[in-house]
Design a binder for this molecule. Structure first.
Ligand SMILES: Cc1cc2nc3c(=O)[nH]c(=O)nc-3n(C[C@H](O)[C@H](O)[C@H](O)COP(=O)(O)OP(=O)(O)OC[C@H]3O[C@@H](n4cnc5c(N)ncnc54)[C@H](O)[C@@H]3O)c2cc1C
Length: 565
């Protein structure tokens, strides 16, 4: 806990670029009543500080985007008091993600947020189909399909998380921007510009969740190495098209002299790639990307989008302005960045989400990565603030999550190459397509894009230690319960599957911070007799009969020395 003084004046890449990511997000966001290629089951207590006030916060979070809000929720569940600063006073109106894809969907279920996001009761179901580099992946053939998805626009994700944060008493100050910081031995001093002027705050920790251009990152002196791609332009627009250009059965685009372009799928030619997304309740969205020098000074027009379509497809369609009300999307993006912060922590300053990594949005991996950063950090930072974190716990945030960001940038870069123009890429695609005929390759790609292949270093323990805890159904004295229903409060959980509850007794000294459930499980595997699950949903330790004595060491490693003896 920090005592603040408040004594001063109050102070995409493309072929990969962001826009390419629009294609899968479009597909995800298309609504369940369309003939989709993917089917998924898918209060603010604002205080206005004035000069002379003393403010105390455990953690200040810069940025109320999805990742800052998620972190605020996790910290509040962990029993610490975050303050969220958001530069904007209202909604940005920017259209970004239309869906969540991957392990994060199951994580939302584990926090009791799936239903609020999806609008349907859980548990989530995996998607039978998804895209990788404009290749359709038949996921229904997999015995273990990890690709979960939810159709939900990013603004709704932010709204749900803001509501949850408010329920937990988190304070969010909108219209308050972080403008400076300085670190002391025991705290961070944060300069803020708010509607009533500038002021200072002090907190034990500052987390930058302030997006790809993160001021926190820059002020903390954290480098952001990577590459900038500036030779691809993508254009996205709401359009209209005469009825004879639409296939009434599929909703696809009928292109004279070319053929049908299916809806909601990446469509690659040797000159570029496009997505045609005829939304049921609104104007169709067309996204076209190509490599081309372009003058970015003038605003994008429908005529320019039509010209780009003609170049990429080699045929003309008379696209016009969209019908109906509402501001149409008309967006041109040039180039993009693939960058990862060289460290996620500088003293008492940490980074999550886009502040720590930016990459192509192809396949929609951004929120799967960023929200799980926040969930990985939340319980560790809460433990640090509350004083029970074992040595090295907070640093394991970077050692666990930075490699995950490297995997995401690897796969989005690979996809960006595979959807690029030219005959050599066509040859590469032919080979890659043959490899995808092998079910094992599809499983591998599915694990990669969902994040199901993550294995954290948790020391010696039997599988699934280090991995995502399986979605077990546990048979307790009060009936069956899903693991996801026992993790809503973000507390560590020991599942004791022995008849005598012996492991639960070993964990008794940690009961202030570790929950214990004694149960039978039909799906944990006969060998597994106990499992310790971290608050972020990963298995810290497993008893498989061979190593029955490891529990105290695992509890101490992750949850510190016991408070109760
Ligand atoms: C076109 C597009 C499509 C995308 N599609 C997908 C998709 O389909 N699926 C997916 O998972 N991801 C997608 N993404 C990526 C996803 O949108 C980002 O990963 C996500 O927004 C990152 O969240 P964040 O909270 O880290 O940062 P942001 O969402 O950028 O939020 C940062 C917040 O910090 C605030 N802020 C900035 N500076 C300050 C300051 N100094 N002080 C206080 N507040 C500050 C900003 O106003 C903002 O509200 C897409 C992105 C784009 C651009």
């Amino acid at each position: 806990m920090v005592c603040a003084r408040g004594d001063s004046a109050w102070s995409a890449r493309q072929w990969g670029a962001v826009e390419w990511g629009h294609a899968p997000e479009v597909a995800l966001g298309a609504g369940v009543d369309l003939p989709l290629w993917i089917v998924v089951r898918a209060g603010l207590a604002v205080t206005v500080p004035r000069k002379g006030f003393v403010v105390e916060f455990d953690v200040v979070i810069a940025g109320a985007g999805p990742n800052g809000l998620m972190l605020a929720v996790e910290l509040a569940l962990g029993g610490v008091r975050p303050l969220v600063l958001e530069r904007l006073s209202g909604a940005s109106g920017e259209q970004r993600a239309n869906g969540l894809v991957g392990q994060v969907v199951r994580m939302m279920d584990r926090r009791g947020l799936f239903e609020r996001l999806a609008g349907t009761a859980g548990p989530p179901e995996p998607a039978p189909m998804f895209m990788f580099a404009a290749f359709p992946l038949n996921l229904a053939q997999l015995a273990d399909n990890p690709v979960y998805g939810v159709l939900v626009p990013q603004r709704k994700v932010e709204q749900v998380l803001a509501e949850r944060a408010a329920e937990l008493g988190v304070q969010i100050r909108r219209g308050h921007a972080l403008t400076g910081l300085s670190q002391k031995d025991d705290r961070v001093v944060v300069d803020v510009a708010g509607p009533d002027g500038v002021y200072q705050l002090e907190a034990a920790y500052l987390v930058g969740a302030d997006g790809g251009r993160s001021m926190t990152r820059k002020l903390a002196g954290i480098e952001f190495p990577g590459v900038t791609n500036d030779h691809t332009v993508s254009r996205t627009a709401h359009v209209s098209v005469p009825g004879e250009f639409v296939n009434p059965a599929s909703g696809g685009l009928r292109v004279p002299g070319y053929g049908d372009i299916p809806p909601f799928l990446h469509h690659r030619t040797e000159r570029g790639i496009l997505v045609w997304a005829p939304f049921p309740n609104g104007s169709p969205l067309l996204s076209v990307a190509e490599r081309e020098a372009v003058d970015d000074a003038s605003p994008l027009t429908i005529a320019e989008v039509r010209d780009a379509f003609r170049r990429v497809v080699g045929a003309d369609v008379p696209f016009g302005p969209p019908a109906g009300d509402g501001p149409p999307l008309l967006r041109r993006l040039i180039g993009g960045n693939t960058r990862i912060a060289d460290r996620y922590r500088a003293g008492r300053v940490l980074l999550v989400g886009d502040a720590a990594h930016v990459h192509s949005a192809i396949g929609g991996p951004g929120l799967n990565l960023g929200l799980q950063d926040a969930i990985n950090l939340g319980w560790k930072l809460a433990a640090e603030v509350r004083g029970w974190a074992p040595d090295g716990l907070l640093d394991s945030f970077e050692s666990e999550r930075r490699p995950v960001a490297l995997r995401v940038t690897m796969q989005t870069e690979a996809q960006s190459v595979l959807i690029g123009p030219g005959p050599q890429v066509t040859a590469l695609r032919t080979l890659f397509g043959e490899l995808l005929e092998d079910r094992g390759t599809v499983q591998r790609i599915a694990d990669l894009i969902s994040g199901a292949d993550i294995r954290y270093d948790v020391g010696e323990s039997a599988p699934p230690a280090g991995r995502w805890a399986p979605d077990l159904v546990l048979h307790t004295g009060s009936g069956p319960v899903r693991l996801a229903e026992l993790t809503r409060e973000a507390r560590p959980l020991l599942i004791d599957l022995t008849a005598d509850g012996g492991y639960g007794a070993i964990a008794a000294p940690w009961r202030d911070r570790v929950d214990v459930v004694t149960a039978r499980s039909g799906d944990a595997g006969d060998a597994v007799t106990a499992m310790l699950v971290r608050p972020d949903g990963y298995v810290a330790w497993v008893a498989d009969g061979d190593r029955p004595d490891g529990l105290p060491a695992a509890l101490t490693r992750w949850f510190g020395t016991p408070a109760l003896n």
